[in-house]
Write a protein that binds this ligand. Sequence first.
Ligand code: GLC
Ligand code: CA
Length: 553
Amino acid sequence: MKKQWWHDKVAYQIYPKSFYDTNEDGIGDLNGIISKLDYLKELGIDIIWISPIYQSPFVDQGYDISDYYKIDERFGTMEEFDTLLAEAKKRNMYIVMDLVINHCSDKHEWFQKALKDPEGEYGDYFYFRKGKNGNPPSNYRSYFGGSAWEKVEGTDYYYLHMFAKEQPDLNWNNPKMLNELYTMINWWLEKGVAGFRIDAIINIKKDLEFKSLKPDGPDGLVSAWRVVESVNGVGELLEDLKKHTFEKYQAFTVAEVFNMKRDELVEFVGENGHFSTMFDFSAHTLSLGEHGWYDSHPIRFEDFRRVIFDSQAECRDVGFLANIIENHDEPRGANRYLPLYAQNDDGIKMLGTISVLLRGLPFLYQGQEIGMRNCRMESIEEYDDINTQGEYEMAMEAGLSKEEALEVCYENSRDNARTPMQWDNSPNAGFTTGTPWLKVNPNYKTINVKNQQEDKDSVLNYYKKLLALRKSEEYKDVLTYGDCVPMFTQEPDIFAYAREKDGQTVYVLANFGTEKKTLTGCFKNRKVLLNNKTEAIFDDASVTLEPAQVLVL
Ligand code: GLC
Ligand code: CA
């Protein structure tokens, strides 16, 4: 495999609105990010992906962009962004922007012009179609609920939006529109960003006849997921995108792709793939319900282990996936993947270890390094997220009580990951001296960066050791390029694998169960590289793991 500059790096996602506020408006900002660069450097981070900071009406928290060339004033100015780039560079760190190009905001100039004249030049930047017998052009359901078509008042036209109605989909069949996107992408690359995290990109290919599909719910609509699966040929668009932009700059790209066709892996992340890498969402999708959050279900350990090892095997000779436990669209990993008894420091260290040492690029999400948890909201009004509100409605329509619907949100809401970063135990967790835009998790008094910096056994200090091991001269090569060989897969509750390269082997052994477990094998004389508990019990032919113990040998 041809080596690339990003192969042995560790990445971190910043959700800027909730990271650190420096001007008392309750919203995190660019100066906040700049002031925490040293913190991230010390943690062991190289690449920083920042969720959207472009000008936006914030209907979907910046994933609805109204000007791709401007920094939203809530976050700061372009000068401050340039300072961020320079300060990152000084520290050998790389800034990766979020690229949202399946759709823009309905407040974008293009869409405003299109609305005035759906048949004109800018109308063709989007998908405007006439309705059928007083109904929308097709029965697509948007990701956030309801029809994916919105009527343009006073005309026969509807426009397509796979997400919120304020996020009209861009027409990727229009060369003029494409050229505008490519120019914009190259403008950011010229500025010095290292690459992009590419949002919702699988959605760009459309069936231009917009044929209705078999409904999958009582509303007579069909989910956006099925719509995406029904079309072929996204690869041509992606290849064109890469050729005109990323490739020329050796940019790093990580794609958000949910439902790729199985046999497309090589085309997506192979050596000459459309992207550098893409997220492994196989564990995240395990809890998905048929109809929505209200019929989502807890993840069984065996499934969790199986899908991760399957992804590792599929990618083995192809390329690298990006491994995550959480992001801004998911509940906190500690709540989701750990059994109740292990939702504590030991369990969180164990979960972090098995994720970070897999083959592939480790991505941490802000707050993961201190073990932040889901946040209880007292009522639906405390949630801000548009998706959560839609899912709450759907849950109520399906017959759940208010309390039950709220519980569903507690388990699934994207706002679980979006509550402000917990820096210390001063008011508002030290995130702001103003009023935070979203509730601060009350557990900040105990779970915060400052406490953990002072405690040598904290989750934070463990993560530092973990990332340092991954990047150490001695183990970097095997942990970056070595095979990942699953072990003890017949044993319930054990997540174990070996990383192997050129005769060097690192074992990662974790016990997710509530009972002690003895694993046979000659582990005795191996160096203990990491241990989340004080002791480890070896004998000549085995090692015994306490519940929630992880050992790296
Ligand atoms: C992606 C983003 C999510 C956003 C959606 C629409 O899934 O991660 O936050 O709502 O795309 O842009
Ligand atoms: Ca601010």
